[in-house]
Design a protein around this ligand. Sequence first.
Ligand code: 5CA
Length: 150
Amino acid sequence: MRQALQAAGHADTIIAAPASTRTAAEAAAAMGCTVAQIIKSLIFRVGGQPVLVLASGINRVDPAKLAALAGAAVERPDAAWVRAVTGFAIGGVAPIGHLTPPLAWLDEDLLALDPLWAAAGSPAHVFRTSAWQLLDLTGARPAALREVPP
Ligand code: 5CA
């Protein structure tokens, strides 16, 4: 993960957190930021292929919106498949350095927030980044993916 960051020309901002960063809420508490500033790197299975959605920690992704963008049915894979395609265990899935480079979308709400923190491949490591750097790093396209509560 550190190598992927450096190879992409991103500063090495990885931090070994003083407490668990397994969930967005835990990561926010550990880093002293808002939950919105924590990036969830979520893997969906679309047409059999991994798709990465980078979402704000406070948002839920609407699978119907993702299906409309991707043009195929969206499934939530199990933890074993996530590990097989990314090389990361749930709770530590990073936005980059995946075994299978996924198509990616970025929750547009992240564009208004800075800095952002994302998992760095473990449930106790995060790195500081920005939405613009993530777009560059992952090739993600910004999109309206947030589930709107009824
Ligand atoms: N380290 C934190 C903050 S960066 C983190 O990785 N958060 S996360 O949201 O990206 O990862 C947890 C997500 O994994 C959950 O939101 C959930 O969507 C997904 N998840 C949790 N358990 C499972 C499971 N058993 N199978 C598939 N996905 C799961």
